[in-house]
Design a protein around this ligand. Sequence first.
Ligand code: KG4
Ligand code: ZN
Length: 360
Amino acid sequence: MNVLGIETSCDETSVGLVDETGNVLANVIATQVDIHARYGGIVPEIASRQHVLDIRPVCEQAISDAGIDWGDIDVIAATHGPGLAGSLIVGLNFAKGLAAALDVPLVGVNHMDGHVYAAWADPGGRGGDRSGETGLKPFQRDVGVKPIMCLVVSGGHTELVLLEDHGKFRLLGETRDDAAGEAFDKVARVLGLRYPGGPEIQRVAEGAPETEPFPRAWMRGTDEFSFSGLKTAVINRARKLGVYPRNSPGDEVDPGVVAGMARAFQDSVVDVLVTKTVAAAIREGCAGIVLAGGVAANRQLRETLVARSPVPVAVPPVAMCTDNGAMIAMSGLVNFRNGRLDDWDLDVIPNLRIGSTAAP
Ligand code: KG4
Ligand code: ZN
């Protein structure tokens, strides 16, 4: 059995394929990052239009990479939320058209479930890249899932979620303001770095000398997070050190100052995320931890969590942390196995919550 997964919730058009045991057969990603970089963030209408242009060639490439024919697809899975409405509509309707044409079932996938299930897909299958993979056994050898603590950190979400059984999520806490990735992106902008900010902050922070630390927002007694105070602290220090605001975009700033601030910012975010995730995993008696979402690509976050966790940590390879179709195919396979098929009236839900199939 082959499951095709379609992801268009944000600024990546991606189609992936997994087989019935979760081997990744293909994972093609057309990123729009360069198109949006000139605006310093995602422009929703441009994103939707680019998905329209890219979805068919990306899908054809995935099928060709997997070495299969259209007739070998047994299930079509597509992200139907959360995300940008216009972007989601492109992928979901393409999925409906394909499912109708091939006469196969349609399965809607929650994008956040998809991020978590990236840790179960086996990227060594055929289409994937194994670099950076650690921890828990791949899906096909790990059906008896015990409670697993999932930290899902992306551009739009920062959530601690308990995976109680396959496909069964319980949201324990989330950010009260900015998402972790959003904080990386906003702070990068203040420091004069390119969009998306996460990889840029990681790059300049590496090897930077230790500077005065930024505060940590612990939100004690809760599983919640807050990053807006940290963002304000960065802005205040950047003003004091003459890094922000710049009079014109080309203004030179001291790269040493920027690197030191990037490092102190990254240290603060990673410390809070790791400390709270490990504490929650111990409290809930978890058998393991899954780190997922675009920010899980961050090297320091990955390494610190692995070093500080008393239980095994699964982190998908970098290419499967940011938005991709293989993770949607994997999550679609789990939904299909749980009998969660959808009808033609499946709608996009831009504010869909993890652990839910309906609008809040
Ligand atoms: O999951 P994702 O691809 O898209 C959303 O669903 O939001 O996550 C994108 C986010 C962006 O905020 C980006 O800056 C962040 O992930 N990100 C990183 C790194 N790579 C991507 N943040 C920190 N370090 C990285 N290496
Ligand atoms: Zn995402």
